[in-house]
Design a protein around this ligand. Structure first.
Ligand SMILES: Cc1ncc(COP(=O)(O)O)c(C=O)c1O
Length: 434
């Protein structure tokens, strides 16, 4: 007698009340805070997260059928918009050929070649499964290559959640109001020096690497002061320390050749994520051939991963990079400019003290009269209580921003002029209520 097919995942879903509120209650019983990454919990804006059912182009749709113009865009990967046909097609083709092998594939080579082709000075990369892994491994590489232990990071820069990097990070850590993190022993951060952003720190011969988001986008958007990155480069050179560009957000978003093209400054080590995975889990770190010669199996710095260079992720990432022509960056720059200027005008007209900083294709938002230049200033504005009201006003009217004041807006290539106009009109409406 046949017992019928095994239940499939979809049949395990509870058919009971299918709304955000009810699902969040269920979620909180089985997921800490109801989420799998803290910023998604709405902890700093209050209320109930919307649970996404699907997404398309510039929109996400929640399980209640509500549609939002999306500026979260998975915090950066979806630069082409949601469910871009080229990416979905590439993933479907790749999936039909198997999801992971534990042996090298041609697409890993092509991805590394393409990254190296676009970025001056980047000669070799190692693919990982997340930006966190990439940053953690890049630091291990820098320590291995220099034989030094100490690292410098800047307050408000976020480099993922590896122990040694969880000191004074922005993004989710800032949202939680944590300066550090429970469970990270003092020893793990003993060699991490935290410096204020936009001031060249003392760099001596004990420093292995200075880590920087070349355009910080995890304390809101806080641009480097003119000349700062070049001065940092010179100070690293004088001390024989390496300079690390964490391009997990800026890589292949800020410009065709990332922050190097934008700033004219070349680091020794890079890390990447987000855009190069086309929305699948990915990260990468890289450097010159000489420096990458320290990575196993060539050298003594060990790092590996079961799913590193995963065939779905490389297929999605290559499809995304294929769409990211120099013209695509010009278009995204125009979109970001229209959004930033439109929002600024709407706030000004309503008499709301707000600044909408823009660096190339990156757009930030602070409620205050002047754009901050460091984490202290950014925190003061983030904590003034305006953002949650603005956020909910936007969400109620169908525009989804990140549920935290330290994140930036991520317009994509499918945020058309009409979508931006619609967004700016909603900003004007909400600004009038603040
Ligand atoms: C600059 C930067 N570095 C590292 C990371 C960590 O990447 P992931 O979340 O993929 O681990 C992030 C994530 O937002 C980031 O913005």
């Amino acid at each position: 007698m046949s017992t019928g097919p095994e239940p499939r995942n979809t049949e395990l879903r509870n058919p009971e009340p299918h709304n955000n509120e009810a699902l969040f209650e269920r979620a909180k019983l089985v997921l800490p805070g109801g989420v799998n990454s803290p910023v998604r919990s709405f902890g700093s804006v209050g209320g109930t997260p919307y649970f996404v059912e699907r997404a398309e182009g510039p929109y996400v749709f929640d399980i209640e059928g509500k549609r939002y113009i999306d500026y979260v865009m998975s915090y950066g990967p979806n630069i082409l918009g949601h469910a871009h046909p080229a990416v979905i097609g590439a993933v479907q083709t790749a999936a039909a050929a198997g999801t992971t092998y534990g042996a090298p594939t041609e697409n890993e080579v092509v991805m590394a070649e393409e990254m190296a082709r676009r970025i001056d000075g980047l000669e070799m990369v190692r693919l990982t499964s997340s930006g966190t892994e990439a940053a953690m491994s890049a630091i291990r590489l820098a320590r291995g290559a220099t034989g030094r232990d100490k690292i410098i990071k800047f307050a408000g820069c976020y480099h993922g959640h590896a122990d040694s990097l969880l000191a004074a990070g922005g993004s989710g850590i800032a949202n939680q109001g944590l300066s550090g993190c429970d469970g990270v022993p003092d020893g793990a951060v003993a060699d991490t020096i935290v410096a204020p952003w936009n001031v060249v720190p003392d760099i001596d011969e004990s420093i292995a690497v200075v880590c920087v988001e070349p355009v910080p986008a995890n304390m809101g958007l806080v641009a480097p002061a003119p000349g700062f990155l070049a001065e940092l480069r010179a100070a690293c050179d004088a001390a024989g320390a390496m300079l690390l560009f964490d391009e997990v957000i800026t890589g292949f978003r800020l410009a065709y050749g990332g922050a190097v093209e934008w700033s004219g400054v070349q680091p020794d080590v890079w890390c990447f994520g987000k855009v190069i995975g086309g929305g699948l889990p990915v990260g990468a770190y890289g450097a010159s051939r000489e420096v990458m010669g320290h990575i196993a199996p060539l050298g003594g710095v060990y790092q590996g991963g079961t799913l590193s260079g995963n065939p779905l992720a490389t297929a999605a990432g290559l499809a995304a990079l294929g769409e990211l022509t120099p013209d695509a960056y010009r278009r995204l720059d125009r979109t970001a400019t229209k959004l930033a200027l439109g929002m600024q005008a709407a706030f000004d007209a309503a008499g709301v003290a707000a600044v909408v900083p823009r660096v190339g294709t990156l757009v930030g938002l602070f409620f205050g009269t002047e754009a901050p230049t460091n984490f202290d200033e950014a925190q003061a504005l983030a904590d003034n209580g305006v953002y949650p009201r603005f956020f909910h006003g936007m969400l109620e009217r169908g525009v989804a921003l990140a549920p935290g004041p330290y994140e930036i807006l991520f317009p994509s290539l499918v945020h058309s002029d009409d979508i931006i106009d619609e967004t700016v009109a909603v900003v004007a409406e909400v600004a009038a209520t603040l």
